[in-house]
Design a protein around this ligand. Structure first.
Ligand code: HEC
Length: 141
């Protein structure tokens, strides 16, 4: 009786582990493709995320290994860009009336509005995935 319960519990535990591992790897590889290919973050931040873009960063991109931002703040930075810098806004609706950034709409951000990406804008899901990739691959490493 006890023995079969134990076996059942370890079987459930193993199934949970097996289910969790590929899911995690898959999330990061989706984010990786966005960073390295689709959104071309590497153009400025470099393939290693250290700010050494290839062939050359046009705007002194941040070294992502050293960022102190949390996930929500990375999502916000990628969605909204950084006003007055080369960091583009990847949410195409950023600074619209319904989706202000840092409390600013078009009128307030004015000429400091970050550029549109040279690659493409991203969906919320893609932005979350690239933030996860940055956090697991670069930050603190
Ligand atoms: C055209 C160049 C360029 C591209 C493309 C670009 N960035 Fe940036 N990024 C910058 C610059 C420049 C900064 C620094 C802005 C500043 O001085 O505050 C920055 C800052 C950041 C920061 C804030 C770091 C910190 O600690 O303050 C994050 C996070 C970031 N970028 C992530 C990304 C991601 C993810 C992508 C792709 C989806 C991307 N960037 C694409 C130029 C770029």
């Amino acid at each position: 009786m006890f023995r079969s319960i134990n076996i059942l519990i370890s079987a459930v535990g193993l199934a949970a582990l097996v289910a969790a591992a590929p899911a995690r790897a898959q999330d990061v590889s989706f984010g990786e493709r966005i960073f390295q290919e689709k959104a071309d973050c590497k153009f400025c931040h470099g393939p290693e995320g250290d700010g050494r873009g290839d062939p050359r960063s046009p705007g002194a991109a941040a070294d992502l290994h050293k960022t102190i931002l949390n996930k929500a703040q990375i999502v916000e930075t990628v969605s909204c860009g950084r006003p007055g810098t080369e960091m583009p806004h990847f949410d195409k609706y950023a600074y619209d009336d319904d989706t202000p950034c840092y409390g600013m709409k078009e009128a307030q951000v004015g000429a400091d509005k970050p550029p549109v990406p040279h690659s493409t804008s991203l969906t919320r899901r893609e932005i979350e995935a690239v933030a996860d990739y940055v956090l697991t691959t670069f930050v603190g490493k």
